[in-house]
Design a protein around this ligand. Structure first.
Ligand SMILES: Cc1cc2nc3c(=O)[nH]c(=O)nc-3n(C[C@H](O)[C@H](O)[C@H](O)COP(=O)(O)OP(=O)(O)OC[C@H]3O[C@@H](n4cnc5c(N)ncnc54)[C@H](O)[C@@H]3O)c2cc1C
Length: 484
């Protein structure tokens, strides 16, 4: 039986970040991935000369968030981020920036004026309650909304809820909207992070601040740099509600999402081994500890970290306590469909950087990613990704047709220039932040078996959330005396 300090199950971004951080803490790590490719939902690949990502991505909290902390302290190579740009709302008659604060909201004439006034009051109320420490996580956005608003306003709020939680407004908590839109922030403070990694070699441990200063000229687009300087100003919560700039710390990795994956891969030391097409089928437990991991052969290790769906654990491990299994059943998922369209030529409707939201009937979130980097499309062509949350009760064919109809209703001209089309059906996050939806704990009933990834942390979304989960994992391992 081959023996490692750590076996990580899953080579998505969570598994690779776990492998990177733990190897830099001196561990010999084996990563087992069932698919042929590593990266999971964080990757890019070629389709007919276009480089598509696994879903439309914006990387958030790049100034002070958990991914930045991991990059600063554990990466040998850093991805280059392009300024994300802005979020826009597209309707049949207009294309305008999404309001990110109360001031912008007043002039946002996509919605009737009366509705805007009522919604601003509601937002202020939710914010005030939250800042007094009242937990709004069990109150739905719908419950919070004034009644008798126009259909457009309900559709708009519903689309925003779906983009933040994957669920409609009746299942999205008011708390989620405040956090997801950065009105209320949760982050790991530098002190908390320092406490976790205090034993890392002193020369490897630099504060986020000092590294930021040293990388800006090379790694960040000039306009992102200027926004970052603005963002660093210590905002009070109320100032943020009045002037919030939600896009300020977001970026898109130059050369596509796979550049982010590559930065992790290039930073891995030789003490990390990765095996692909190597599905973990069973995890054996003896005396409350993992005694073996069955994949292409049986492996053993002091620590096992699982980054697949926590809901799959009862299938992999026999005799888990019934109450643990019952908890896992409360984790809620949702499905997304991304349609990538390659355009024969650059079309003026998509001449922007950032993303657009269409909120009528079937909402989408779209981004013309070749505007960040023309090399993602063949010369003079354009690549646009459209992500939808789909209804699992309908057939995929039905949802696909509805999605294409929506795109061509939103931008009729697009249909004429389609040169490539490609579809992806994925589960964007392992746990949806919905009312009553649960998350898995990092610790499990098995002593040396831990879960990491987007179903163990409800903060933020996607790669930022995966990074939070890895920082928490390090904290837990440190507390359990297993980091050294
Ligand atoms: C359409 C879409 C849009 C998104 N937009 C954004 C965005 O804008 N911003 C953002 O930050 N994030 C976004 N995300 C989310 C982000 O991509 C994911 O949260 C992140 O990539 C998840 O990483 P993970 O490692 O936790 O999970 P995964 O990527 O799912 O990786 C888990 C890996 O474990 C492997 N595995 C599972 N079980 C086993 C087993 N038994 N044996 C071996 N291997 C196993 C799987 O094959 C997989 O490779 C988006 C995702 C999608 C799909």
């Amino acid at each position: 039986m081959k023996k490692y300090d750590v076996v990580v199950i899953g080579a998505g971004i969570s598994g690779l970040l776990a492998a990177l951080t733990l190897s830099k803490h001196g561990k010999k790590v084996l990563v087992l991935e069932k698919r042929q490719h590593i990266g999971g939902n964080c990757n890019s690949y070629m389709v007919d000369g276009y480089q598509v990502d696994t879903g439309v991505h914006a990387i958030t909290h790049l100034v002070e968030g958990p991914f930045k902390m991991l990059m600063d302290n554990y990466f040998d190579y850093q991805p280059i981020f392009e300024d994300y740009g802005y979020y826009y709302i597209r309707t049949e008659r207009t294309f305008v920036k999404v309001p990110s604060n109360l001031k912008d909201f007043v002039t946002f004439d996509v919605l009737p004026r009366k509705d805007r006034v009522l919604l601003s009051q509601t937002l202020t109320k939710a914010f005030t309650l939250s800042s007094f420490g009242i937990d709004l996580s069990n109150q739905s956005v719908y419950e919070f909304m004034p009644k008798n608003l126009s259909e457009d306003t309900y559709d708009f709020v519903d689309a925003m809820c779906r983009s933040l939680s994957g669920k409609p407004m009746k299942e999205t908590s008011a708390q989620r909207v405040l956090y997801g839109s950065s009105f209320v922030r949760d982050s790991v403070t530098q002190e908390q992070f320092d406490a976790i990694i205090r034993k890392l070699e002193p020369n490897k441990h630099q504060s986020a601040e000092s590294i930021l200063a040293s990388i800006i000229p090379y790694h960040l687009h000039a306009s992102l740099q200027s926004r970052m300087t603005k963002i660093k100003k210590p905002f009070t919560s109320l100032e943020r509600l009045a002037t919030n700039d939600v896009n300020g710390s977001q970026g898109y990795p130059r050369k596509g999402l796979k550049a982010l994956l590559n930065a992790v891969l290039y930073s891995l030391p030789e003490s990390v081994e990765i095996k692909t097409e190597c599905e973990v089928k069973s995890i054996f437990v003896q005396d409350g500890k993992v005694s073996g991991i069955e994949a292409d052969e049986i492996y053993s290790s002091d620590i096992v970290i699982y980054t697949g769906f926590a809901t799959e654990l009862p299938r992999l491990i026999k005799d888990l306590p019934p109450e643990y299994i019952a908890d896992l059943k409360n984790i809620v998922h949702n499905k997304s469909l991304t349609i990538w369209l390659g355009m024969e030529k650059e079309i003026p409707e998509f001449k922007y950087t950032g993303s657009e939201i269409w909120f009528k009937e079937l909402a989408y979130w779209a981004s013309p990613i070749s505007n960040y980097d023309p090399s993602l499309a063949p010369k003079d062509k354009q690549l646009i990704g459209f992500t939808f949350i789909i209804d699992e009760n309908n057939t995929e064919e039905h949802e696909l047709k509805k999605a294409y109809d929506t795109i061509f209703r939103a931008v009729p001209k697009a249909e004429k220039y389609v040169d490539m089309q490609h579809e992806q059906i994925t589960i964007p996050e392992k746990a949806t932040v919905s009312i009553g939806g649960k998350f898995a704990d990092i610790r499990t009933p098995i002593k040396n078996f831990y879960v990491a990834g987007t179903d163990t942390d409800k903060r933020s979304m996607g790669i930022t959330r995966a990074s939070y989960s890895i920082i928490e994992l390090l904290k837990v391992l440190n507390e359990d005396g297993k980091l050294y």
